[in-house]
Design a protein around this ligand. Structure first.
Ligand code: KDG
Length: 339
C-alpha cells in the first residue's frame, strides 16, 4: 500500500517537473544577457532586490535568460543609466522617480512634500491607475516602466546641529535629488539646496561640500552616512518610489513570452523588495542609534508649520505638473487612506 502511494507521488513529481521544463522550452525564450544597474551598494535594499530579480529571471526562463547586476552606480548615476537605456546600450535599471522627472515631468508629483502618511497608501496609489498611467508615459521617451519598488519615506541628516524646527535649516547646504520640486521645497524651508547625483553624495558629505542630505533610513544605514552625519531628524517629508526600467529599444526585440516573463519576475521582485524594505527600516534605525546618531522626530505642530512654508512651492509646481494630475493623486491618496 505504502509502496504504491510513494510510487504515485514520485511519478507525480516527475510529471510536474517535466511539465514545467517543457513549458519553459515551449515558450519562445532565447538565450539573453541582461545588464541591470542600480545606485546603492550591494548590501542594500536595492542590491538584495536586484539579486532576487536576477534569480527570478533565471528560474522562469529555465536558465536561458541571465541577468547580471551592477551596483554602486558602477554603470553610472540614475540619470546616466536612464540615458543608456534610452540609447539601447544597457537593458535594465532601477532608479528614483526624481531624476525620471527630467524626462516625464509628471513624475515630479512624488517630490511634493507631505503627501503620503503610510506605505500602504503609497502601494495603493503606485499600483493603481495613476501610478500605472505614469509608467506608460515613459514609453514615448524610450523607457518601459515595469514596477515600483520602495525607496521610502525620506528624513534629514546633517553635520551641524539637530533640526527641531524649519529655522534650523537656515544656512545648511543640503544635497537634494536632481529635480526642480525637491530644490524648491528645501529652499523654501530655508536650506541652501544643492542638486547632486546620489553617486557623489558620500564624498560631498565627508568633505563638507554639503552639510546634509535627505534619504530613507535604509539608505542612510546601507550607505553608512552615519559615519559623516551626526544628526538625524525624522520628518518623513516625502515618500520616494523607485522604478524598475527597461530600455524600450531592447524591450521591443523581446518575444511576447520573454516580455511576459520579465513582467512576472519584476512583479515578484516588487513584492519581495517592499517586504525587505519595511523589515530593513526597523533594523536600520537600531543600527543608526548604535552608531551614535543623535535622532529627533519633528513634532506634528512643526510639520504643520513646514507645510505652510512650502505651500507656495507646492502651488507653483501643482500648476507646472498639472492641477488635474495633482488633484487625482490627492484623491487616490484619500481613497487609500479611507480603506
Ligand atoms: O541610485 C540610487 C538612487 O536611485 C536613490 O538612492 C535615489 O533616493 C535617492 C537619492 O537620494 O538620490
Amino acid at each position: 500500500m505504502f509502496k504504491t502511494f510513494k510510487h504515485t507521488l514520485l511519478s507525480l513529481a516527475v510529471a510536474v517537473s517535466c511539465t514545467a521544463a517543457g513549458a519553459a522550452a515551449a515558450q519562445d525564450i532565447k538565450p539573453r544577457l541582461i545588464r541591470f544597474g542600480y545606485g546603492l551598494n550591494d548590501d542594500s535594499v536595492q542590491g538584495r532586490a536586484a539579486r532576487f530579480l536576477a534569480e527570478e529571471v533565471t528560474k522562469l526562463s529555465d536558465g536561458k535568460m541571465k541577468m547580471r547586476t551592477f551596483g554602486s552606480a558602477s554603470l553610472g548615476s540614475d540619470e546616466q543609466m536612464q540615458n543608456a537605456l534610452v540609447g539601447g546600450v544597457q537593458e535594465m535599471m532601477v532608479g528614483s522617480t526624481a531624476p525620471l522627472a527630467t524626462m516625464v515631468k509628471e513624475f515630479g508629483v512624488f517630490d511634493l512634500p507631505f503627501l503620503f502618511n503610510s506605505d500602504k497608501e503609497a502601494d495603493a496609489v503606485l499600483d493603481g491607475p495613476l501610478g500605472q498611467r505614469l509608467l506608460e508615459m515613459l514609453e514615448a521617451k524610450g523607457l518601459v516602466g515595469l514596477v515600483y519598488w520602495e525607496n521610502g519615506f525620506r528624513n534629514l541628516t546633517n553635520s551641524k546641529h539637530p533640526v527641531v524646527k524649519a529655522e534650523d535649516l537656515q544656512g545648511i547646504k543640503l544635497r537634494v535629488m536632481q529635480n526642480q520640486v525637491a530644490l524648491g521645497v528645501f529652499n523654501a524651508l530655508g536650506a541652501n539646496a544643492v542638486p547632486m547625483p546620489f553617486s557623489e553624495l558620500f564624498t560631498a558629505l565627508e568633505t563638507r561640500t554639503v552639510d546634509g542630505q535627505e534619504n530613507p533610513v535604509t539608505t542612510i544605514q546601507s550607505s553608512k552616512f552615519y559615519e559623516v552625519q551626526p544628526f538625524l531628524t525624522i520628518t518623513r517629508h516625502v515618500y520616494t518610489p523607485w522604478v524598475v526600467l527597461a530600455s524600450k529599444k531592447w524591450w521591443d526585440t523581446l518575444t511576447p513570452d520573454e516580455q511576459e516573463l520579465i513582467r512576472k519576475a519584476a512583479a515578484a521582485s516588487r513584492d519581495f523588495e517592499r517586504k525587505d524594505s519595511r523589515a530593513d527600516s526597523e533594523k536600520a534605525m537600531a543600527t543608526l542609534k548604535q552608531n551614535g546618531m543623535k535622532i529627533n522626530v519633528v513634532s506634528e505642530a512643526e510639520v504643520a508649520r513646514m507645510r505652510e512654508k512650502v505651500q507656495p512651492v507646492v502651488d507653483k509646481y501643482t500648476q507646472e505638473l498639472g492641477p488635474e494630475l495633482v488633484k487625482e493623486l490627492q484623491d487616490e491618496i484619500q481613497k487609500a487612506r479611507g480603506q
